[in-house]
Design a protein around this ligand. Structure first.
Ligand code: NDP
Length: 283
């Protein structure tokens, strides 16, 4: 039976450490989240981020904008936040409405305030092995989970299913920078189950409930489930067939309580780091 990697426990520890550190500063780190329209899932994520940020002693503001906002007006809003010395981190909740060019919006955020680590400068720095201002939260959370559980990355074959700009690609850079051999799979990958069965570290970031079956998993593999799929009964299910795979894997993350809480902890950690950088405090 696999060892359960409990992201919830580690995230609580990290958030508590951040809360203590923030008590030492005269000013509080400030995180501003922009939400456009009323996507219910986005609203839940944003209110969770705001709530945890406040519990941690941060200033947190949510700017709610109409679904019909123009690209230009949204960019203007970001420009105001870029200029505001009291704002340390800016996060634009995605997905954005279809008429908005998401890449241009992300590019508008100052890299020094890009708390999600999605700006091309931050992704680019990560890709070439330089320190970005911020590393994408979910991939960074996954690395912390591996490190906390003393799982060696170097020399391992890591297979990631999913090549999104927010999970799969940045995670591939983080693992490669730590000397893993990385394979990134996607919807056009042939013989996916065979590729997965070669993984020492298998990460699923697909968005299909119970997509990864136990036959795809090597005995003793480390299995990380990024997927968050809300079922009709409101239950959250990951991309891994947890009940079957946990009998075969060496380590496994649960859903909920695995990668999800780490994403929020990393968001706060990034906000704190950017705050310290901007205020020339010991980073
Ligand atoms: P995207 O939809 O952006 O990407 C999904 C990826 O899965 C794509 O690369 C896609 O391939 C690939 N894919 C889809 N179908 C298949 C298939 N049949 N075989 C192989 N690959 C396939 O998703 P995200 O990366 O944004 O999110 C993935 C999941 O992780 C979602 O459930 C999301 O809710 C969750 N998530 C969880 C977070 C957390 O904090 N735990 C944070 C972010 C996301 P292609 O590129 O070819 O289309």
């Amino acid at each position: 039976m696999a060892v359960l990697i409990k992201g919830k426990d580690l995230s609580t520890k990290i958030v508590e450490k951040i809360r203590h550190e923030v008590l030492n500063y005269d000013k509080k780190p400030t995180l501003v989240v922009i939400i456009v329209g009323n996507n219910p899932a986005s609203q839940i994520y944003v209110s969770k981020k705001k709530h945890t940020a406040e519990l941690t002693g941060f200033n947190s503001r949510v700017i709610e904008l109409e679904e019909s906002i123009s690209q230009k007006d949204l960019e203007k809003q970001i420009e105001i936040l870029n200029q505001d010395k009291n704002v340390n981190g800016i996060l634009v909740q995605i997905p954005l409405p279809k008429h908005i060019n998401t890449y241009n919006i992300i590019e508008k955020i100052l890299p020094e305030k890009d708390v999600d680590g999605f700006h091309p400068i931050n992704i680019g720095r990560l890709a070439i092995g330089l320190k970005p201002y911020a590393v994408s939260c979910t991939p960074q959370g996954i690395i912390k989970l591996l490190e906390e559980n003393n799982i060696e990355i170097e020399g391992k074959h890591a297979v990631i299913i999913g090549r999104s700009n927010i999970v799969g690609k940045p995670l591939s850079y983080l693992l490669l920078n730590r000397n893993a051999t990385v394979t990134v799979c996607h919807s056009k990958t042939k013989n996916l189950s065979d590729v997965c069965s070669q993984a020492d570290i298998l990460v699923a970031a697909v968005g299909i409930p119970k997509f990864v079956k136990s036959e795809w998993v090597k005995e003793g593999a480390i299995v990380i489930d990024v997927g968050i799929n809300r079922m009709e009964n409101n239950k959250l299910i990951g991309d891994i067939d947890f009940e079957e795979v946990e009998k075969k894997a060496g380590y496994i993350t649960p859903v909920p309580g695995g990668v999800g809480p780490m994403t929020i902890a990393m968001l706060l950690s990034n906000t704190l780091e950017l705050f310290k950088l901007q205020n020339k405090l010991e980073a």
